[in-house]
Design a protein around this ligand. Structure first.
Ligand code: PLZ
Length: 452
């Protein structure tokens, strides 16, 4: 595997308590200026970031196991991305692709056609955020099929705009009091091996959803099924083998557009370019964002040419969609993913992390499930001897790891999942150090709370 050269020292080093005085002062200013509705998981302000570390405004060097929610897969200051952005801003920052177009947009579309699953003819549209990509995938599916209904799943997360709130499952904090929501969205049971009845196969779980689609909606009213191949915010839920292919096959047979939301799973995160690749799924439309542009805001839908090209000229777009600086960043980030074989690095991270998490689960009685793929791995915390979620312990683990300088994020419908999403360029030693901190934090909290 090709060596990565870092700009910042790749170590964990605390020079103040966390948060330090400079972060605390910024928190006070923030309270007076930034709306309370915007949260931050970590009360520490960023000064610099590279590889697997974030340096804060007090000079602390923290290990980043969150990647800004699965975004900085190539690192937060990948030299190729930095250089491409510098070069592009020196020429033009914006023209609007709908006014005077530019090559970068076309090249990104060519790359996405080559990288996404399937060798059929494809078309791409670029946007700014994951939610915007999801909205547009639904628009295309409705127009192309002439049908209205959309199916989403339990535990799904698809965004915070009005339509995507309707698709997202969890009320608090994403939806509560923000309605009314977009109509014609139906929610069906997911395959969640840890919480499903013992022995329920992926095919059976899919059949349970298919029965509901046929009985409650009717296939000929259904425009699209949208699903995350591994659910992200909902708890890193990996459906049982066979679930996704069975749904995809049924969708194809009934002219229902199968949309894979790979906003979180895409671009090498799960050990292949897309999570759909693992089960050989070829989605009709795939939504992408996060990891694709090395931290710059860019999202995309790529899908079957016959579907995308049905939309009338001018029907899709937006002022900033496919901004030239974001496109330059994406092309550089994709080059880095190839050059350093980031799918292989994600698999290597899985190989280093999974055995450690499994051993920890065997040792303490509070981890109900270990799951995930590549560098998208999670532990689900429960009360000892039960499958009852323990969100308080989960929160305490994230907070405890942070005091030691390790940033980990939580997720899950029940708030009881610790998820690991390191930058794919993180070094082995740094990862090893961060895992040791997590293990020690879990052990000491289990002791302290007498959870046996
Ligand atoms: N689809 C699968 O994971 C974003 C959201 C964090 P945007 N996930 C992180 C939060 O609390 O807002 C996401 C996703 C999947 C769509 C989205 C939405 O992407 O770029 O945040 O709009």
């Amino acid at each position: 595997m090709k060596d990565i050269h870092y700009r910042l020292p790749q170590h964990r080093a605390l020079v103040t308590e966390l948060p330090g005085p400079a972060s605390t002062a910024l928190t006070a200013r923030r309270r007076a200026a930034v709306a309370a509705g915007v949260g931050s998981s970590v009360p520490v302000y960023t000064a610099d970031a590279d590889g697997g570390v974030i340096v804060d405004v007090d000079g602390n060097s923290l290990v980043d196991l969150g990647s800004g929610i699965a975004v900085t897969s190539v690192g937060a200051s990948d030299p190729a991305v930095v250089e491409a952005v510098r070069e592009q801003v020196g020429h033009f920052t914006h023209t609007c692709f709908m006014v005077t177009p530019y090559e970068g947009y076309v090249r990104v579309a060519e790359e996405l056609a080559a990288l996404t699953p399937g060798d059929h003819e494809k078309r791409t549209v670029l946007f700014n955020s994951g939610a915007e990509a999801v909205e547009n995938a639904v628009k295309v599916a409705r127009l192309a099929t002439g049908r209205d209904a959309i199916v989403a799943f339990d535990h799904a997360y698809h965004g915070r705009t009005n339509l995507t709130m309707a698709l997202t499952a969890k009320s608090m904090p994403y939806k509560a009091h923000f309605g009314p929501f977009a109509p014609e969205v139906y929610r069906l049971p997911m395959s969640y091996p840890y919480r499903d009845a013992d022995g329920l196969s992926g095919e059976q779980a899919a059949q349970r959803a298919i029965d509901q689609m046929e009985k409650q909606i009717g296939a000929d009213s259904l425009a699209a099924i949208i699903i995350e191949p591994i659910q992200g915010e909902g708890g890193f839920i990996v459906p049982a083998d066979g679930f996704l292919p069975t749904l995809a096959t049924w969708a194809r047979e009934h002219g229902v557009v199968f949309i894979a939301d790979e906003v979180q799973t895409g671009f090498c995160r799960t050990g292949s370019w897309f999570a759909s690749d693992h089960e050989g799924i070829v989605p009709d439309i795939i939504t992408m964002a996060k990891g694709m542009a090395g931290g710059m805001p860019l999202s995309a839908i790529t899908g079957r040419a016959d579907l995308l090209d049905k939309v009338h000229p001018g029907g899709l777009g937006g002022t900033y969609g496919g901004n030239p600086v974001a496109c330059a960043a994406a092309l550089a980030a994709i080059d880095t993913m190839r050059e350093y074989d980031l799918p292989a690095r994600a698999r290597r991270i899985e190989g280093l992390v999974l055995p450690r998490l499994r051993a920890l689960a065997d040792e303490v009685g509070v981890i109900g499930d270990i799951r995930g793929r590549g560098a998208m791995l999670a532990m689900e915390f429960v009360q000892p001897g039960t499958d009852k979620p323990d969100p308080e312990l989960t929160k305490a683990i994230a907070a405890g790891a942070l005091t030691q300088g390790v940033i980990v994020l939580t997720c899950g419908t029940y708030g009881n999942v610790i998820r690991l999403l390191p930058p794919l360029v993180i070094g082995d030693e740094l990862l090893d150090d961060a895992l040791t901190v997590i293990e020690e934090t879990v052990r000491s909290l289990v002791r302290e709370k007498s959870l046996v």
